[in-house]
Design a protein around this ligand. Sequence first.
Ligand code: CP
Length: 314
Amino acid sequence: MPLNRRHLLGIEDLDPVEIELILKTGESFREISARPIKKVPALRGKTIINLFFEPSTRTRSSFEIAAKRLSADTVNFSHSSSSALKGETIIDTVKNLQSMAPDALVVRHPASGIPLVLSKHVKCCVINAGDGMHEHPTQALLDMMTIREHKQKLKGLKVAIIGDIRHSRVARSNIYGLTKMGAKVWLCGPPTLLPREFEQFDVRLTWDIREALEKADVAIMLRIQLERQGENFFPSVKEYFDRFGLDRDKLRLAKPDVLVMHPGPINRGVEISSEVADGEFSVILEQVANGIAVRMALLYLLLLPGASTQVVWD
Ligand code: CP
């Protein structure tokens, strides 16, 4: 079954069958990264431009590696060394890049909705790599893939998303994805970072981390996004960590086989202790590894819409 869409702008747009297709395809691509020669010819002749207007370590590198493992050509556009600094608008920038005949633009931007706007000005695929506080769809896909790898399912699992929900595009994409796939999602954070508008989703809200962690299958800890906070949302880092930071004592409330996740970058000692981030329940680096497979799957499904998903390359 093909993925019948040109762009990936958010998880809100996807239905469970499409999410299942992307996850299954990603799972089949995972073994390519374990080969001595980590390359297959699927996207030979395709060109992918990474257009990042915000810093990134994981997302940008893994989109580039994913494209290269599929034999596509990649170009990394860096805002700080581009003509955007001479006053060129983002629409003019993408129209000029479109003239170079790319097959996909992977876009990260501090303003919500920019990937959607750009998708109306180009012929190629647009993939949202994180837009403002709106969505980070590939992060949610790799998170779901990591949970499935360990739990073999998503349906019925208690997933606690804890921290700066208000400013988090990761939280929004995971709320859409996990609820569509049947997980029971709990949101937890101080009232200033967990506004009541989140009650519109099919989730439970709590300001008590103990209630969120009680018999949880998965704890997704979110970074405190100081760069998006124009005011003080909590009295001090110490008080935040005492009430909402994940440490060994609080983690004991969760199921004995709980998964500890974090999209990165981590603020150690703020939302999570180093002991837990590096401990036996942490799958944080597995999330990063799965980011390659899921982004390979997405590039493959969007750029080769007629291709079979039952592919084996030698
Ligand atoms: N998770 C994530 O988006 O990390 P980067 O900002 O490093 O890409």
